[in-house]
Design a protein around this ligand. Structure first.
Ligand SMILES: *Cc1c(COP(=O)(O)O)cnc(C)c1O
Length: 393
């Protein structure tokens, strides 16, 4: 049994491509080409060169000595926060823009909620000199002014989504509409392991560099490629997918997926999809999502913009359903405390998304000789105002 995708585009019972007929040609073109192109030697060479010289890879695997002492176990941090643009998202946007170029596309569209994926997309479009249009809910544009300014400075056009709740899902609808109208010249860069097949697998492959590096780096430091535990936070699930990718079928390695409980799983203000979600279809994919009894998507909540999503990607839905991964839900308060703790024990201010993963050490006791790798998905600069407000700094 494999926990990776099958030839039909499913992880177990999750995944597939549930899309309107008008999108078939776009999705079919991607499905036919994404593996062929991304495994071509010239693609790999350009991708790896950019990851090295532009992103700054390999990102270090850092042994967190003081954090390890505090929790009496061996904790390594995979430093995706040190990437150019401050998170793992750029690994995926570089992969997709190289793919788009090879498909002859001259225009890129993307959707963004908090603006992090919009910035990562605008960055690679500037790098390649390709036109970039980012759809963003009108409410989010008002809430995320610094990222809107970054995108504009990078040369992207930011288009407000004015319908519905004027947030991420409405921006996604606008991007879909644009893509249907511009199938020939435009590529849609999706920002996580979500959406119709082949997006979840394509994004997971571009993020898989994270676990590829962990294997080599851990071998050097510990004499084994295999940690006892891998821990990552899950919004849509792309940094987690990259962290788990080369270990999915190695059940000696335990997998922990961390979701945002918000104000508490039972508070009505949460984003803990594994606990609260049911099977359904969101953004063209069959997965677990938070919904009402008649199938309307429930508005999620988390203090962390990147985890504030009503579903998880199909890989993670399957990891949950099969029990391959242990899912833990962390509240806003627990995450903020863990973020402050890492800052003061290690001198690393993490993104609030990442702080959720770090809070696992207060939830679960590990053995002193366990080797644990936590994916440090991003740096906290973007969240400074949130930390200031929360701790009254
Ligand atoms: C966007 C983001 C996430 C959540 O997205 P995934 O696709 O689940 O990885 C997590 N951490 C950081 C720093 C992010 O920017």
């Amino acid at each position: 049994m494999s926990y990776n995708i099958n030839e039909k585009g499913y992880y177990g019972e999750f995944g597939g491509a549930y899309i309107p007929e008008m999108l078939y040609p776009n999705i079919e073109e991607l499905s036919q080409n994404y593996i062929k192109i991304s495994e071509d030697p010239s693609f790999k060479e350009e991708f790896n060169q950019l990851l090295k010289d532009y992103v700054g890879r390999p990102s270090p695997l850092y042994f967190a000595k003081r954090l390890s002492e505090k929790y009496n176990t061996k904790i390594y941090l995979k430093r995706e926060d040190l990437n150019h643009t401050g998170a793992h998202k750029v690994n995926n946007t570089i992969g997709q823009i190289l793919l788009a170029k090879r498909l002859g596309k001259t225009r890129i569209i993307a959707e963004t909620g908090a603006g992090q994926h919009g910035v990562a997309t605008a960055t690679v479009c500037a790098l390649m000199g390709i036109e970039c249009v980012v759809y963003m809910g009108e409410i989010d544009i008002a809430r995320q002014a610094p990222n809107v300014a970054r995108m504009k400075m990078l040369g992207a056009k930011v288009v407000p989504a004015l319908s519905g709740s004027r947030t991420l899902k409405d921006a996604t609808n606008e991007a879909m509409r644009d893509w249907i109208n511009n199938p020939v010249n435009t590529h849609y860069i999706v920002g996580s392991v979500v959406g119709p097949h082949p997006y979840p697998d394509m994004v997971a492959r571009f993020q898989a560099i994270v676990s590829e590096e962990i294997k080599t780096q851990l071998k050097e430091k510990e004499g084994t490629e295999n940690p006892d535990y891998l821990i990552a936070c899950v919004g849509g699930g792309s940094n987690a997918a990259g962290t788990y990718y080369h270990y999915l079928d190695n059940t000696d390695v335990n997998i922990i997926a961390v979701e945002a409980a918000g104000k508490g799983v039972d508070s009505g203000q949460s984003a803990a999809t594994s606990v609260l979600g049911k099977e359904g279809i969101i953004h063209g994919s069959k997965t677990l999502l938070m919904q009402t009894n008649d199938g309307q998507i429930t508005e999620p909540y988390s203090i962390s913009a990147g985890l504030d999503y009503p579903g998880v990607g199909p890989m993670h839905a399957n990891l949950y359903k099969t029990g391959r991964a242990e899912f833990i839900a962390i509240t806003d308060d627990e995450a903020m405390t863990a973020g402050l703790e890492l800052s003061q024990l290690e001198g690393i201010i993490p993104a609030i998304e990442t702080s959720h993963a770090l809070a696992v050490f207060e939830h679960k006791t590990f053995n002193p000789d366990d080797i644990i790798v936590v994916n440090l998905s991003g740096r906290g600069d973007k969240d400074l105002q949130n930390y200031i407000d929360y701790f009254k700094l």
